[in-house]
Design a protein around this ligand. Sequence first.
Ligand SMILES: CSC[C@@H](O)[C@@H](O)C(=O)COP(=O)(O)O
Ligand SMILES: [Zn+2]
Length: 214
Amino acid sequence: MSFAHIPLEAKQTALAELTEVKSLFAGRGWFQGTSGNLSIRVGDFSPEDFHFAITASGKDKSLSTPEDFLFVDQEGKPSELTKLKPSAETLIHCEIYKQTGCGAIFHVHTVFNNLVSELFWERKSIPVDGVELIKALNIWDEEAHIDIPIVSNFAHIPSIVPEVTERLDKRIPGIMLRKHGIYAWGANAFEAKRHLEAFEFLFEYVYRWELLKR
Ligand SMILES: CSC[C@@H](O)[C@@H](O)C(=O)COP(=O)(O)O
Ligand SMILES: [Zn+2]
């Protein structure tokens, strides 16, 4: 499936959705110091052939400009001629798409996600017990228990990918990078946003509950 064959309307819809989500998250302070990245997949999917729109690297994500996004392929290479550089973390997006076939991936750095990633680093996952908002992750068990995987953070992004592949849990639509931030995904932008918001709520809850217990 070549990029040229993806309808223009689908590409424009993805860009409009990314613009809206980016502005909303920026308003919440979720892109401090140019951190974070967002992507939405377009067109058909096979693990060997897909395309997605992703934030350009290093931009002030609280601003809206014509140079905020570009399209890349399954290897993270630009699908069109552009001078824009895709997010430094594009390979993590590629891997999550390949493993899950999802439609959108949102990544943010917050103080709460960084704190819990370090608090639970030794057990390599963040435990959450029976909190109602687990249902926003589409997990409906009574008093559900979940463990959100934490993987190592390396400056060399390709070195992070194998651990993402190994630890990704199909039941949990998110993975945490140690002292870095959360990646959350969903079938589409609406679902990825719901999952990310649920994770952030749960991280703050877990952090505060740990303090109360001490
Ligand atoms: C500038 S701090 C954050 C970056 O190192 C990185 O983790 C990040 O999330 C944003 O990188 P980017 O290349 O803009 O997508
Ligand atoms: Zn990051």
